[in-house]
Design a protein around this ligand. Structure first.
Ligand SMILES: Nc1ncnc2c1ncn2[C@@H]1O[C@H](COP(=O)(O)OP(=O)(O)OP(=O)(O)O)[C@@H](O)[C@H]1O
Ligand SMILES: O=P(O)(O)OC[C@H]1O[C@H](OP(=O)(O)OP(=O)(O)O)[C@H](O)[C@@H]1O
Length: 233
């Protein structure tokens, strides 16, 4: 069996079901509304595993699922050297969201990363501690700011309602996902002009660690059915 991990609820689940449905593969939840059980029709030897989108990268890396759908941001955040652990089989054209850095809209002298670097330097001199950036994307933000040469910041963990941390005085800046921009606007924040870290979308990944022995032809058939090139893992 090829185990296919799919987000268990919300937008990503429904659009993933639609995406496979267009290729004649019906994925569905079975049982009661709250039961995380699923079934596949239209593809032989594929088992549906319903999981949190955030846990799919780890399950792929461990080889407990062969294929998985999740945001490209989550794979890059959760897996060190992600390309060595999973193969990117197909961008799926939904779940678009940008991981960005934002600061209070009233910071009139901070519009770019260079400005943020200068502001962080001044902040540390004034307050005696580093400017705090709230995020749940620790790996991606750390790599980005280091690569871009921004200094004198620290990350503070925020697992939700991240844009609220500035008003709550637990951070001076945020790095979070935005799609419509409503949440940033509502919290009086602006995106830095060069503060785009990653453009994410839902993506079909294959595990390099999973046991593919005996599944090669099944995988090739599935890829063909989905209109994808034959994967090399
Ligand atoms: N407002 C948004 N619009 C579009 N996509 C979004 C938005 N917020 C998050 N996403 C994307 O959805 C994906 C899943 O995010 P989410 O935070 O819902 O996962 P999760 O925390 O694992 O879910 P769960 O609540 O099941 O644990 C991520 O790849 C993210 O980029
Ligand atoms: O640009 P927008 O369309 O306003 O979307 C952005 C918001 O969506 C996500 O939050 P989510 O709803 O997943 O809740 P969370 O705060 O618990 O992460 C993200 O963390 C932003 O807060």
């Amino acid at each position: 069996m090829i185990k296919l991990g799919v987000p268990s609820k919300g937008r990503l689940m429904e659009k993933t079901f639609d995406w496979f449905g267009q290729a004649g593969i019906t994925l569905k939840r079975t049982g009661s509304e709250r039961e995380y059980a699923g079934a596949v029709e239209g593809a032989e030897g594929v088992q549906l595993v319903l999981l949190s989108a955030g846990e799919i990268p780890r399950e792929l890396a461990a080889g407990r699922i062969h294929l998985g759908v999740t945001g490209s941001d989550l794979v890059r955040e959760k897996l060190a050297d992600w390309e060595s652990q999973v193969a990117d089989l197909a961008p799926m054209g939904f779940g678009h969201a940008d991981l960005i850095i934002a600061v209070p809209a009233c910071w009139s002298d901070v519009d770019s990363l260079e400005d943020l670097d200068a502001a962080a330097h001044r902040f540390r001199a004034t307050h005696g501690f580093r400017l705090r950036i709230a995020t749940k994307y620790h790996r991606l933000v750390r790599e980005f700011l280091t690569r871009e040469g921004v200094a004198d910041w620290q990350l503070v963990d925020s697992q939700g309602a991240t844009e609220g941390t500035i008003a709550n005085l637990t951070a001076e800046a945020v790095a979070d996902i935005t799609s419509s921009g409503e949440t940033l606007r509502a919290n009086h924040l602006k995106i830095l002009s060069d503060g785009l870290i990653h453009q994410s979308q839902a993506t079909l990944f294959a595990s390099r660690a999973a046991d593919w022995a005996g599944q090669e032809s099944r995988l090739a058939g599935l890829a063909q059915q989905l209109g994808l090139p034959a994967p090399t893992l």
